[in-house]
Ligand binder design. Structure first.
Ligand SMILES: [Zn+2]
Length: 56
């Protein structure tokens, strides 16, 4: 499980998402695109979020 909060990525935004890496990648990317107009490369997010998972 990973927990990602938009605030950690430099946005003044209280969106958080918790779940399995793949799920979080989908949800975060969707949120980011809708709210901030930024679509990330899925593989990049996956890698970032997997690092969060192992460091917890
Ligand atoms: Zn956000």
């Amino acid at each position: 499980m990973v927990k990602v909060s938009c605030h950690d990525y430099g946005y003044d935004c209280d969106f958080t998402v918790t779940g399995e890496v793949d799920e979080v990648v989908e949800k975060y990317n969707h949120h980011s695109e809708e709210e901030h107009g930024i679509e990330y490369v899925k593989e990049d997010l996956q890698q970032r979020f997997m690092e969060l998972e192992t460091s917890q």
